[in-house]
Write a protein that binds this ligand. Structure first.
Ligand code: HDD
Length: 705
């Protein structure tokens, strides 16, 4: 059987396509139940005759060691797993491009920013931090927002988060922080949660964490979708021009669809109803052509600003309010392609903060400097050797020319005799460095003693925590207090709870009071000793609130319509039409997954059976039973929960008049407020969808569940 050039069915990276095709089995096919299939082979390409039975001595005899197909199959299976990331293990990636709006030649020589309209391929991986690979998406946690730009002058990795600050100032503390946050070592739980003693013990002994704590206890830590959250490069970086001029920069990603989060009770229920909520959302959006977009924003400043700013721009626990240094939009990021293979791309992608390109440089932020060591180091363990840059998802899309060679799994091997420089091989000397085209580090003068110290300028731990808190709407402040109360209520050691409240007193007295009451502390502790007093004069920054920075439309959001047989055909059609025009999605939820027949006798397949499609999975709901259908729904606990949760989570609820008995049964009967909108005739759909643009009816009376 002759080998052919066609790719074999096991070609690991069809999309990236930089690996040589495996020879396969000559493209021979077999007729099978599912149509024509290529012939199954071993990894060595030998065709397989029987993949159902091991080779054995007689039908009931022992297995034979000679069975190379079985041994190879099991050997490969036994080695399928690679170590999961020590943090950010659970992630989801997608391909896309970055489009530069205008030349930034005055700011940076980075090639991707030189020409208007130029598109640079990117791969983005979103993640949670603490949970393992199989944990649920909606954990209260920071979200990773890592972007790999495949530029013409090498890969640039902007490895950010959805929060602009971090817990610690010095990378020496990173292993302690991560140990404390993850599951406790003796018991192996809790999973993907900081609501336990070790986490809060560490936090309460680390005052520099207080600003980040405010962010993580806010609704930023339970985003509705990756598509509706911001991203931040966190550290101050440098942009450097061809002439060597440096400008400080903070990188921002702004979601085109505005910000949105869920409420905590929803988050808890989403984790049960759909642990893959975020990855499914991103997958569905890209697969249906609703490509998520973010704009890249730059906060630019110079040494003069850095000197006069209230905080040290090298301190990663501080941010620069947008009101102080506006964010300038310079380009957009579009995610338009899901991966072909999760392992090959999302799992094997290796982000390294040290991956910068000419025109982008580091600053002396100590955390950034520490990260530059850690990321390269971790890939060696995770991906098994120094050649992880040969894996297609990590390989630059520009020429790679150097004399590094060999090592495990070397795929990109140079030809010829020369593997060093300088050399005197005139005919093929190989690559040489270029002082003009090459990367040049910004020559920042350094004249300072070597020492292990924390800069005095990093000492104010509470002022920006307060600024974040006072920038929130009252409802968002309540959510922060609730989150702190919940997390600390899971802490079994009273002294830790008390210590945390003593820090909160330095942030906001009312917040400390609410949490202390929520925990029922017998006595209010004294405020924690602070190296610097909290500044109450920092102006609130409206950009820090999610509610104040919501979307302009209901685009990209989902309505779950609970329907029964006899649902009004005209209303359903109108709702579908108006939502489509808005760029939103309608999902039908029915008592049975098969679907329902509408009032005109038309059949509609259901997207979810009621029990599998609770209202927590949607941004707004419509409750559209027929009269007879309402009698059925009132008997179903899941229908009552559907309504009760939607109401408690302050969602907009469109409803047919026939739904009223269900509302009563769900305990929502006398609470029909302006967030409930009638959907009795086709013309009602416009008003309902217009209301949904506000996302939630925050004014609804009564506490959230
Ligand atoms: Fe980190 C992964 C973001 C501080 C060490 N980090 C990782 C990822 C993101 C971040 C998004 C996942 C990348 C992916 O999807 O593969 N990390 C941050 C941010 C930080 C930060 C925004 C602070 C500003 N990290 C940080 C410190 C250290 C690390 C201080 C160590 C000194 N981070 C790692 C790591 C990881 C990682 C251990 C785990 C897997 C990986 O790198 O590739 O090296």
């Amino acid at each position: 059987m002759a080998a052919s050039q066609k790719p074999s069915p096991v070609d690991p990276t069809p999309a990236s396509g930089t690996l040589p095709d495996s020879p396969g089995t000559g493209g021979e096919t077999h007729q099978t139940a599912g149509g024509k299939s290529p012939v199954l082979t071993t990894q060595q390409g030998a065709p397989v005759a029987d993949d159902q039975n091991t080779l054995r001595a007689g039908p009931r005899g022992p297995a034979l060691l000679e069975d190379f197909h079985f041994r190879e199959k099991l050997f490969h299976f036994d080695h399928e797993r690679i170590p999961e990331r020590v943090v950010h293990a659970r992630g989801f990636g997608a391909h896309g491009y970055f489009e530069n709006y205008k030349p930034l030649t005055d700011l940076t020589r980075a090639d991707l920013f030189q020409r208007a309209g130029e598109q640079t391929p990117v791969f983005v991986r979103f993640s949670t931090v603490a949970g393992n690979k199989g944990s649920a998406d909606m954990a209260r946690d920071v979200r990773g927002f890592a972007v790999k730009f495949y530029t013409k002058e090498g890969n640039w990795d902007l490895v950010g988060n959805n929060m602009p600050v971090f817990f610690i100032q010095d990378p020496m503390k990173f292993p302690d922080m991560v140990h404390a946050f993850k599951d406790e070592p003796d018991r192996g739980f809790p999973q993907a949660a900081t609501a336990h003693d070790n986490a809060w013990d560490f936090i309460s002994l680390t005052p520099e964490a207080m600003h980040m704590v405010m962010w993580v206890m806010s609704d930023r830590a339970i985003p509705r979708s990756f598509r509706f959250m911001e991203g931040f490069g966190v550290h101050t970086f440098r942009l450097v021009t061809a002439q060597g001029k440096s400008t400080y920069v903070k990188f921002h990603w702004k979601p085109k669809l505005g910000l949105q989060s869920v409420v905590w009770n929803e988050a808890v229920k989403i984790n049960g109803a759909d642990p893959d909520f975020h990855r499914r959302d991103l997958w569905d959006a890209i697969q249906t052509g609703d490509f998520p977009e973010w704009e890249l924003g730059l906060q630019l400043f110079d040494d003069a600003f850095a000197d006069e700013f209230e905080f040290d721009v090298l301190d990663p626990t501080k941010m620069i309010p947008e009101e102080q240094v506006p964010v300038q939009i310079v380009g957009k990021l579009v995610l338009n392609r899901t991966v072909d293979n999760f392992f090959a791309e999302t799992e094997q992608v290796a982000f390294c903060t040290q991956n910068v390109v000419p025109g982008v440089d580091f600053t002396n932020d100590p955390l950034l400097q520490g990260r530059n060591f850690s990321y390269l180091d971790t890939q060696l363990k995770r991906l098994g050797g120094p050649n992880f840059t040969h894996i297609p998802i990590n390989a630059p899309k520009c020429p790679v020319m150097n004399f590094q060679q060999d090592g495990h799994m070397a795929v990109r091997n140079p030809k010829g005799r020369v593997n060093y420089e300088p050399n005197s091989w005139a005919d093929a000397p190989g690559p040489r460095e270029s002082p003009t085209a090459g990367y040049r580090t910004f020559p920042e003068p350094i004249n300072t003693p070597k020492q292990r110290v924390r800069s005095e300028t990093f000492a104010d731990h509470y002022s920006q925590a307060r600024q974040f808190y006072v920038s929130q709407t009252p409802l968002e402040q309540q959510h922060i207090a609730n989150a702190l109360t919940f997390e600390l209520s899971k802490v079994q050691t009273l002294a830790i709870r008390v210590r945390m409240v003593s820090h909160l007193l330095n942030i906001d007295a009312a917040l400390a009071d609410t949490v202390a009451k929520g925990l029922r502390l017998k006595d209010m502790p004294a405020a924690a000793a602070a190296a610097k007093p909290t500044r109450a004069d920092l102006k609130p920054s409206p950009k820090l609130s999610i509610v104040k920075n919501g979307p302009a439309s209901f685009k990209g959001r989902k309505v779950g319509a609970l329907v029964t047989d006899g649902v009004d055909a005209g209303v359903l059609a109108a709702l579908r039409k108006v939502l489509k025009a808005e760029g939103a999605v309608l999902k039908l939820i029915a008592p049975e997954v098969g679907g329902v027949k509408d009032s005109a006798g038309t059949w509609h397949d259901a997207d979810e059976k009621l029990e599998g499609g609770p209202s927590v999975l949607f941004d707004a709901v419509a409750v559209l039973p027929s009269k007879g259908g309402a009698d059925v729904l009132t008997q179903l606990p899941a229908a009552r929960d559907f309504v009760a949760d939607a109401r408690a989570h302050r969602k907009f609820i469109g409803y047919a008049a026939a739904a009223t008995p269900l509302f009563e049964k769900a305990g929502a009967g006398d609470g029909i407020d302006e967030g409930f909108l009638p959907l009795n005739k086709p013309g009602d759909a416009d008003a309902f969808v217009a209301a949904c643009r506000k996302l939630r009816f925050w004014d609804r009376a009564g506490a959230e569940r």
